[in-house]
Design a protein around this ligand. Structure first.
Ligand code: NAP
Length: 363
């Protein structure tokens, strides 16, 4: 069997470009015992892929991709053939071998440090793509960051950066639904309007306009209690300035560092962690796979009730995956960025090549 796949053609120099990738025809390996063959239908586009495109990935992280290697990423699909106990043809599954139309998956392999273990999902309960968004790694990062890492307490004032993106929009809206004062930041006036007018956050601002610390001090003169960090760099520095004593930072990601040859300078004000007894904790959603049930109970119920939805930017066809990644890193997508592979059941979802701003129409 053959199928298309996205490979790393050349290591990016500076900003990643679609020319750093090739879409090639590959031969799908024969099935071994314990493996399943999956026809992938939806691919999650995640900024973390960028961390693996350089000569070396950050210490402690997943290894860099080799030139010519098929990229990895979370996806859902349908089992075509199975030699693994507990999995049968027709099952809808989530796994880590995205960026290809057909994947052979070892049912015992963890995949992406635990986040991408082959798992059956229920397409009659939720749309398969929801298991990449609200009910998947994305939702887990938001839920775990707020609930387990920042340990939200009544009355907390929360700032979420990249709040119009996938993780950020869930975190911001979930904190709001739980009754918190929530400040959201994003990179364009349109995104800020969405945060303010449709997510009903307490305040929203464009991080390009004005000094971050000044802006936050004007919005929250008494300071903030929790910073949900998707950005790092200057955003983290500003958060340290405005956090109240005992404040917490859930360090989810540092996208400001990803798409460049050398990392940005770290915050110059780290002493504030000492002077204000702050807690900074990094985390990966894969740490919390044992809490997936709880996360899905809360977010699934909110999704079913219609009080928590996730904007989507959907690309169609595996050949559009490199452009989806480049657009994501450059702030040109809203909500969760997905690639719908040819042959994915439509389920009423719009399907032009790029369904810009498929807003709160998750189901
Ligand atoms: P996303 O927010 O949907 O997309 C990334 C957004 O980051 C872009 O749309 C852009 O929005 C913003 N951005 C890019 N460069 C920026 C910069 N220099 N300064 C400020 N904002 C910038 O992506 P996501 O999948 O939800 O991921 C968000 C963060 O969470 C990333 O850091 C990612 O690595 C991390 N993450 C962590 C985990 C975990 O387990 N810890 C899991 C998933 C994701 P604007 O238009 O607003 O600039």
């Amino acid at each position: 069997m053959i199928g298309q796949a996205v490979i790393l053609a050349a290591r990016p120099k500076g900003h990643v470009s679609t020319s750093d990738f090739d879409v090639v025809m590959t031969t799908v390996p024969a099935l071994q015992p314990g493996h399943v063959l999956v026809r992938n239908t939806w691919l999650s586009i995640d900024p973390s892929v960028r961390l693996r495109l350089g000569d070396a990935s950050p210490r402690g992280y997943l290894p860099a991709f080799e030139a010519g290697q098929i990229l990895e990423g979370l996806c859902v699909g349908e089992i075509v053939e199975s030699r693994a106990a507990g999995f049968a043809p027709g099952d809808t599954v989530m796994h880590a071998h995205g960026y290809r139309e057909y994947a052979v998956v070892d049912a015992d392999s963890g995949g992406l440090a635990g986040a991408g273990r082959l798992t059956r999902v229920n397409p009659s309960e939720h749309h398969p793509k929801d298991y990449l968004g609200l009910l998947g790694n994305t939702g887990m990062a938001a839920w775990a960051g707020l609930v387990l890492v920042a340990q939200l307490r009544e009355g907390d004032v929360v700032w979420v950066s990249a709040a119009a993106g996938a993780v950020g929009s869930i975190a911001a809206r979930l904190a709001r639904l739980r009754g918190h004062t929530v400040i959201g930041s994003a990179g364009s006036p349109e995104k800020v309007a969405r945060l303010r007018d449709e997510f009903h956050l307490s305040a929203a601002f464009d991080y390009h306009t004005g000094d971050l610390t000044d802006t936050l001090e004007a919005i929250a003169p008494e300071g903030i209690d929790v910073y949900f960090d998707n950005v790092g760099g200057d955003h983290l520095e500003a958060a340290l300035n405005v956090l109240r004593p005992g404040g917490r930072v859930a360090m989810c990601g540092a996208i400001a560092d990803y798409d460049r040859d050398s990392p940005a300078a770290g915050p110059s004000n780290l002493f504030q962690v000492v002077s204000k007894s702050l807690t900074l904790r990094g985390f990966r959603s894969g740490e919390f796979t044992h809490r997936f049930g709880e996360m899905r109970d809360e977010l699934g119920a909110r999704l079913a009730a219609g009080d928590l939805t996730l904007d989507e930017t959907v690309y169609t066809g595996i050949e559009s995956a490199p452009a989806a990644l480049v657009d994501l890193l450059n702030g040109r997508s809203l909500g969760k960025t997905l690639c719908r592979l040819t042959g994915a059941p439509d389920a009423g979802h719009p399907s032009p090549r790029r369904d810009q701003h498929a807003r709160a129409t998750v189901r």
